[in-house]
Design a protein around this ligand. Sequence first.
Ligand code: IPM
Ligand code: MG
Length: 359
Amino acid sequence: MEKKNKIAVFPGDGIGVEVVREAVKVLDALAEKTGAGFALAYGLVGGAAYDACGDPFPAESLELALTSDVVLLGAVGGPKWEGLDYSVRPERALLGLREKLNLFANLRPVNVYDELIEASPLKAEIVRGIDILIIRELTGDLYFGQPRGVRVENGRRVGINTLVYTEEEIRRIARVAFAAAQQRRKRLLSVDKANVLESTQLWRDVVTEEGRAYPDVELRHMYVDNCAMQLVSHPAQFDVIVTTNMFGDILSDEAAMITGSIGMLPSASLGERGGMYEPIHGSAPDIAGRDLANPLATILSVAMMLHHSLGMPGEAEMVETAVRQVLRDGYRTKDIHHEGAILVGTAAMGDAVAARLLP
Ligand code: IPM
Ligand code: MG
C-alpha cells in the first residue's frame, strides 16, 4: 500500500485560515499529479481554539501534532486576544508546539526572485541574487528562560525575562548550521552580542569549538546590531546565518523585507523528528478575510515540508517551479503588485499555482 503522509493542519487565526486553504489546494494538485498520498487532519490552535474551548493550545491539538508526521501551520494571534493573560494568549500555541515537539532549529530561507526585485524597498543592485539561509535557535533564550514574569518588589513592578543558553543547546544548533553551510556556499555567520551579554559569549565560544569539525566551512562572527545594518547595506555577503531565538526573530523579519514582502517567506522548524512548517508572517488581522493575503509563503512552506520531512525533493522542486512560473506569468497579490502585473487575490493566486502543477 502506498504510504500516506499524515499532516496535522492548524490554520489558526486571521489570514492563517486563508493562506493554509491555498497551500492545501496545492497539496491536492500535487497528489493528483504524482499520486502521492497525503492524509490531512485539522486541529484548532491560537485564538480560534481559545474561542472554541478557552485554551489556545488544547491537549487534542498537541496529541494530533505528536501523532502526525508533520505540522502545517498558518498563523496565530490578533487584537481580539491581546488583552488576555500570557498563559492563554494565542502565541502560547505556537511556542507550545515548538517546545513540545522539540523543534529547536528554525530555517528561514531568504531569496529574492528576479521577478520581484522592484518590490524590494532596497535598490535592485543591492538585492539581486540574494540567497540567505537564516537558522534561528527556536526553543531557548528569552522566549523560554526562567525566571520570567512581572512581580512586585518593594512596592513597584519589576518585569523579568531570562536569556539562558546551555552549551548543548548551542552545540546542536551550531551543527545544523554548519551542515547546512556545507550544502551551500560554505560560509557561516554566527550572530551574537558577545560584547555585552555573557550568555552570547558562550554562544560564540561554543560555535567556534564546533567549527573545528567543519574545516571546509568559513566561520565568521558578528554583533547583532552590526548584522542588522549589514543586512540592508550589503546583504549579498551572507550565506548561512545562525543566531539566537530573539535575534533570529528580529533579523528574519528584517531580511524578509529585502525580498519585497514578508508574504513570500516560508519556514521550517525541525527537531529530532517531524517538523513544523509555516509562513514567517503573522495573522495580519488588518487584511484578514478579504482575499488580500499572499499565500506564497505558505505554499513555499509546503515545498520545504516535502523536501525536509517527507523525503519528496522532486515534488518540492515542482511546487517551487510552479511558484516561479506564476510570478513569471505576472500574477501578483497586493503586497507585491506593481503596474502592469496581474493583480489577484489569495484564492486566485492559489489556483494559479495549482494549475501549473496539473498536466
Ligand atoms: C515568528 C513570530 C513568533 C515568534 C510569534 C508569533 C510568537 O514572530 O515566528 O517569528 O516571535 O517567534
Ligand atoms: Mg517573528
